[in-house]
Structure formats: structure tokens, C-alpha cells
Design a protein around this ligand. Sequence first.
Ligand code: NAP
Length: 276
Amino acid sequence: MISPKGKTALITGSTDGVGRVVAEQLGKMGARVLVHGRDRERGEQVVADIKRTGGTAEFLSADLAALAEVRRLADAVRATTDRLDILINNAGIGSAGAGRQTSADGHELRFAVNYLAGFLLSYLLLPLLKQSAPARIVNVASAGQQAIDFSDVMLTRGYSGSRAYCQSKLAQIMFTVDLARELEGTGVTVNSLHPATYMNTTMVRRAGVTPISTVEQGAEAILNLAVGPALEGRSGLYFNGLREARAERQAYDAEARARLRALSLELTGLRAGEKV
Ligand SMILES: NC(=O)c1ccc[n+]([C@@H]2O[C@H](COP(=O)([O-])OP(=O)(O)OC[C@H]3O[C@@H](n4cnc5c(N)ncnc54)[C@H](OP(=O)(O)O)[C@@H]3O)[C@@H](O)[C@H]2O)c1
């Protein structure tokens, strides 16, 4: 691994699950870690654990189910650090749950939290990442992927938690492919991955699935993209664990990606001056 000593890393959703393990490991390796989640008490516990092993960490809270909170998180990051070397968009909601839910902005909840929040956060933090280059963005997606039906992205018909989860995860991968092209020559790379199958986390337990992987396995795959030497200068890729892999077909459909991008810009209200 490339030592992250002296580097700053933001890991969204690091109050629990695989994000927490990644935050702790980056802290142990010497990175300054920005821990993120909704629950301050658990966030401060992760910060304390990182400090106990000699690391440096701060907690930033934000509910990614509101775009205004995503903007507030980006402001808080800028107020906390003048460099950002690693951004890991990891926070997510699984497929379990009753019926269709919406975000504070009225968007289908999994699309909003798992995908749109990371889309907006990445753009808002790009100036900081570019000025810290070489820098890396890692989008924690999943092997569970489903093509987006552009006539009903908000899933008002035929909703299921699994479909909502899988389309949000493919959206992250499509965004990765697009953003990598846009970032060519900037020194900022972006890759996505399926960390591991059914890790023993809250998300998996909530879905009533018996875990078959450890969080450490998933963390290893995420760290490979975040600080692995083999990934230096490589961008726009999708990994299944530690192996480069192919995602669902729609990820390689330029027209579908352009539609998703146009929709995402509209939904997030990203202004021209912010998209640098
Ligand atoms: N578990 C697996 O087997 C598996 C497989 C493939 C991909 N993944 C992906 O890996 C990532 C992490 O999953 P995990 O299994 O570690 O999940 P987890 O244990 O349920 O943790 C999810 C994290 O995301 C945060 N989060 C959820 N909703 C949020 C919101 N609205 N605003 C801010 N933060 C929010 C949670 O914060 P709170 O503590 O506030 O809830 C928590 O820190 C996800 O993107 C998931 O899709 C997981």
C-alpha cells in the first residue's frame, strides 16, 4: 500500500460496517481521517478508537438523505482541511425495508442516498481533490446492479427495495466511468467496486441474510482502490473485490450515462461554477 501518512481521507458512512473498518485502518496507517455518519455518539467513538491507535481523526455529521446536508458536509470538510487526498463514497442503505421512501428533496431514497449524494459531494469537493493531486475517489458500489429505466427513475411503479438498491449501485458505477473521463489529466482518479459479498454488517443483518464475508475482506478491497500501488493513475474501473471486473451492460452505454448525468445535474442543482 502507498502510505497515506500526511494525507487526508474522508470516508462517508464510517460510523458502522465496512466504512468504519476502512477509517480505522487508514487512521492506523497515518492518514488524517474525516469520519462521517449521522450519529454523533457513534462517530465520536470511531474517532476515539482511531486516536487510541495513534491516529488523527475528526467527526463530521450529515444526513445524506437531504441535498442541503450534502452541501453542508462539503462546507464542513473545507472548513476542517485545506487538502483532501482520498474521498470514499461509502455510505449507503441496503435493500431491506417496507415500501418506497423518499428523501428530503422528494427523490427515491436509495437513489438519493446511495448515488446522488456521492455525485454532488464529489463535485463539491473536486477543487480540494484537484489541488491535492494525486488524489483518489472510490465509489463503493455493489455486484447487485440493475439497469436504470429512464421512464421511471424514481420507481413510482413496481417498487422493490432490491430494485432500488441495485439501480442506485449501477448509477454509482456509471458516474465513475463518466467522471474518470472528465478528470483525465487532473491527477484525480475515480474507481468503483463491489467490496465483498454479504459482509457481516448492519445492512446485511437487517436484510435477514446470513453473512458470508467479513468486513475486513471488504475493507481490503476498498483500501486497494484507495491506496493500492497498482491503481496509481488508473481510473474509471469497476472491481469485484480485488479483481478488475465488468459491470452491468448499461455502465458502458454512453447514451445512458449521458442521460443519468443530465438528470443528476438537474436534480442536484449543481451550478456551472461549482462543476470545475
Ligand atoms: N454489506 C455488504 O455485504 C455489501 C456488499 C456490497 C456493497 N456494499 C456497500 O458497502 C457500503 C457500506 O455498507 P455496509 O454493509 O458497511 O453498511 P452499514 O453497516 O449499514 O453502514 C452504512 C453506513 O452508511 C451510513 N448511512 C446510511 N444512511 C445514511 C444517510 N442517510 N446519511 C448519512 N449516512 C448514512 C450509516 O450511518 P448510520 O450509522 O448513521 O446509519 C453507516 O455508517 C454501502 O454502500 C453498501 O451498498 C455492502
